[in-house]
Design a protein around this ligand. Structure first.
Ligand SMILES: Cc1cc2nc3c(=O)[nH]c(=O)nc-3n(C[C@H](O)[C@H](O)[C@H](O)COP(=O)(O)OP(=O)(O)OC[C@H]3O[C@@H](n4cnc5c(N)ncnc54)[C@H](O)[C@@H]3O)c2cc1C
Length: 354
């Protein structure tokens, strides 16, 4: 998010002095480096559908590898979200169990009534490439990197380890750690770091035209080259758990459900696993983009709740517009403003994965 905002700011206003403060040049724990890098239009909130459509267009226009194999949601009761998606330009189709069986013969749909499939603009992409595009372009356009820990955000300055950085505007783009940084500035930002494990799995059987599948029981999987990756809702979901993959979750909770959905998965083997933090907005599962009403020059771009990488192009552009022009110009992101948190008016996103 920080790299995207810096990219858009320096693109919209060449010569603008922009600094990116980053404590870890390796990005080893950053969510953007530990993400499943997938993109969907299948949200229940209109603004999320529109941000994803821009994300897909951005990937194509900037030559970022993008496999448009779609998402397949399994379950029932998709009609309301489908209407929101179609009204906002998404290319999605509702499928009966028989239609799913025809398209995906390897899938068990005996206990599934309905499917919702993205026909284009959905799938997975090279997330590292998107991040390096934003970071590299922002730097070429004049943004400066400062490798330091931001300790506190004050009115007009960021307190670093050994100095204070004076600035007109401050953007909190601290991902899953954004709540801590906001708290130090006296602001209650309901964003918490919630660990998620991604399993890398091998399977001797290939699944033809396999999309990213969302199971009604809460897990997801998708192909990743020659292997599969998968994740699940964790049994224990507390703040700031150590960033260690929970290998036991596969045998205990996941394998049997995966083999039920795809009988060929009986032969799955865990190759490895990693863990990253979801940037969970515990208030309503949606991003928070904009200034706090009491601090007009302290900006937030947080709480993407596990679907932020795909929204980075639209979110960064929107926040840059807000900072430079005082309003959204290309896509209205005002439903995601901080005001709704302060006013206790949730904009609930129903389609949070895992
Ligand atoms: C397992 C997993 C799967 C996911 N799958 C998807 C997916 O398929 N599609 C999707 O769109 N999204 C997905 N996401 C979510 C997505 O990765 C995040 O929403 C997004 O990357 C958040 O980006 P960010 O820039 O806000 O945070 P980050 O990438 O975490 O960046 C925050 C940066 O701030 C730095 N920082 C924090 N605090 C400080 C400080 N005090 N001082 C200095 N630097 C600081 C950190 O070092 C870090 O580099 C997934 C996330 C996880 C964990």
């Amino acid at each position: 998010m920080g790299a995207s905002v810096a990219y858009w700011l320096t693109r919209m206003q060449p010569g603008l002095a922009v600094a990116l403060v980053e404590r870890d040049p390796s990005f080893a724990r950053a969510s953007s480096a530990l993400s499943a890098s997938s993109i969907r239009q299948q949200f229940s909130t209109a603004v999320n559908v529109r941000m994803s459509l821009f994300g897909a267009q951005f990937l194509r226009e900037h030559g970022i590898a993008f496999n448009e194999s779609g998402y397949l949601y399994l379950g029932e009761g998709f009609d309301a979200a489908h209407a929101v998606q179609k009204a906002n330009g998404a290319d999605v189709a509702l499928l009966s169990a028989a239609e799913m069986k025809r398209r995906f013969p390897w899938l068990n749909v005996d206990d599934v009534k309905q499917g919702s499939l993205g026909l284009s603009g959905e799938g997975w992409f090279d997330g590292q490439n998107l991040h390096s595009f934003f970071l590299g372009s922002a730097r070429k356009q004049g943004a400066r990197m400062i490798y330091a820990e931001a300790r506190t955000l004050r009115q007009n300055e960021i307190v670093l380890d050994n100095e204070a950085l004076r600035c007109k505007h401050i953007v909190n783009a601290a991902g899953p750690w954004a709540g801590n940084l906001a708290a130090g500035a006296g602001i209650d930002l309901p964003v918490r770091a919630r660990r998620r494990t991604v399993f890398v799995l091998s399977c001797p059987t290939k699944l033809e035209r396999c999309p990213l599948v969302i199971d009604p029981s809460g897990f997801w999987f998708r192909p990743d080259g020659e292997v599969f990756i998968a994740g699940d809702e964790p049994a224990i979901d507390e703040d700031d758990l150590p960033l260690e993959p929970q290998l036991a979750e596969f045998d205990e909770a996941l394998w049997a459900r995966m083999a039920h959905r795809v009988p060929a998965f009986e032969a799955l083997r865990v190759e490895r696993a990693w863990a990253g933090y979801y940037d969970m907005n515990l208030f309503d599962g949606n991003a928070i983009i904009g200034a706090h009403p009491s601090r007009p020059k302290l900006w937030f771009i947080n709480g993407f709740s596990g679907h932020g990488l795909q929204h980075a192009p639209a979110a960064g552009r929107g926040l840059a517009e807000l900072i430079l022009h005082g309003r959204f110009v290309s896509l209205d992101l005002s439903p995601l403003s901080f005001d709704r948190i302060v006013e206790r008016k949730p904009l609930v996103e129903a389609n949070i994965i895992g």
